[in-house]
Design a binder for this molecule. Structure first.
Ligand code: PMM
Length: 282
């Protein structure tokens, strides 16, 4: 597996787990209740996450939670670009969580390093934008669209299907000129998946991690954790998230996307101390 992640202007080493802190600029985000729509507050929160050990700040202006409707392009640009510009100018490594090629292009222009696309770089224009900028790319798996994806998700073999999709999209991206070292794969926990599908994928992260691409996982405050623990509030799921972080690292996952950065950083430190260079990567 690649031991670094090549992004637009940086090379991020992967010897230690990268923690990606979530900055949702969406009024309807289920997990932080829209506390960070105000740009100044959002920027403060980003600095606090970096202070607490975040390696990357993932800025998103369109909610992709189950049932969410698409946001018009102009609105997403207005939410995301000023914040990306300011954080990048301050020297932070910024990824932009978007499915829109125009938003991705503008964010890269404003200094973002990585495009995090929950639709897995399915749009040919998105592959072109990422290739042209030499940006890092997160290719995520999603069955269906956010508005309807949780209605009746079905797979014959969820691990094999997710793995095949991610590898096919990585291949298409490389064919479009994206460097293999720029690509990170993400199974898309909660995106068109039942609780059982999520758990099966989390049990088989080592299968995804056996390929040449680093693997990222996003479990933070997701509803399957709520279903398992019965926790009433989103922030009460951070400990449960930390458990998934440790178990993911034990299987060779390189990047974790979380809301609570200090907890994830501690979980990663303990997991790394126990597993060292994960036997799953052998
Ligand atoms: N999850 C959400 C949004 N973006 N991106 C990647 N790569 N992986 C994820 O699991 C992921 C994502 C939804 O969660 P949020 O609304 O709490 O940000």
């Amino acid at each position: 597996m690649t031991r670094h992640w090549q992004t637009r202007s940086r090379i991020l080493p992967l010897q230690r787990t990268l923690v990606m802190g979530i900055l949702n600029l969406t009024p309807d985000s289920f997990s932080d209740g829209g506390r960070y729509v105000d740009a100044d507050q959002a920027i403060e929160h980003a600095y606090a996450m970096v202070e607490a050990g975040a390696d990357i700040v993932d800025v998103g202006g369109e909610s992709t939670r189950p049932g969410a409707l698409p946001v018009p392009e102009g609105e997403e640009l207005d939410r995301v670009i000023p914040v990306v510009g300011e954080l990048a100018a301050a020297g932070l490594v910024v990824s932009v969580d978007t499915r829109k090629p125009k938003v991705a292009a503008a964010a890269l222009e404003a200094g973002a390093e990585i495009v995090n696309d929950v639709s897995g770089l399915r749009h040919p224009e998105m592959r072109r934008v990422v290739a042209e900028a030499g940006a890092g790319a997160v290719i995520m798996h999603m069955q269906g669209e956010p508005a309807t994806m949780q209605q009746d998700p079905r797979y014959d073999d969820v691990v094999a299907e997710v793995e095949a999709f991610l590898l096919a999209q990585a291949g298409r991206s490389e064919a479009a000129g994206v460097a293999p070292e720029a690509i990170v794969l993400d199974p898309g926990i909660g995106f068109g998946k039942t609780v059982d599908h999520n758990l099966t994928l989390l049990r088989h992260l080592h299968r995804l991690a056996r390929h040449r691409y680093p693997v990222m996982v996003g479990t933070s405050r997701k509803s399957f954790l709520q279903r398992i623990t019965g926790a009433a509030e989103a922030h009460r799921l951070d400990e449960a998230t930390a458990v998934t972080v440790a178990l993911a690292i034990a299987q060779g996952v390189s990047v974790v996307r979380v809301h609570d950065v200090p907890l994830a950083r501690d979980a990663a430190a303990v997991a790394e101390a126990i597993v060292g260079d994960s036997p799953w990567q052998a």
